[in-house]
Design a protein around this ligand. Structure first.
Ligand code: FEO
Length: 140
């Protein structure tokens, strides 16, 4: 069973970011499925590395996107990203040192995905979609 399936509540209204969030979701679900199936630690570690590396790439590109649209909430969003990466790093350190995954790590992943995307990421999507629909047309 998947950790979390894509749903419309996760739609931030920006295709590039939606696509990246779907990749993160796929990495999370693969890792969770393999964990549930008791796959060997090196298999899980490989997925964990992919998830961590892609998350770092996503945060960087999302921040560049927010800069490109002059999003005024970027400073606080960056701080939230830093905190998430810090927590992810702490889990990573614990997992790699003990060579064990725990349910609380997956609770963190699910919480991050659902609350951060739905509560924080959607805000820049609302801004850009508001700008797109309120910009004067060439005939105005
Ligand atoms: Fe899509 Fe702010 O992470």
């Amino acid at each position: 069973m998947s950790l979390m399936d894509w749903n419309e509540k996760l739609n931030v209204g920006v295709d590039q970011m939606n696509d990246q969030h779907k990749v993160i979701l796929t990495y999370m679900n693969t890792l969770y499925d393999d964990y549930q199936a008791n796959k060997p630690f090196p298999v899980l570690k490989s997925s964990l590395d992919s998830l961590k590396d892609y998350t770092i790439k996503h945060f960087k590109e999302e921040e560049e996107y927010m800069e490109s649209i002059d999003y005024d909430g970027i400073a606080s969003h960056k701080i939230i990203h830093e905190k998430l990466l810090k927590t992810l790093g702490e889990h990573y350190k614990n997992i790699t040192s003990t060579q064990k995954f725990h349910d609380d790590f997956f609770h963190f992943l699910k919480f991050w995905l659902s609350s951060h995307i739905q509560g924080i990421d959607v805000k820049y999507g609302k801004l850009i979609n508001c700008l797109l629909y309120t910009s004067p047309s060439p005939r105005d």
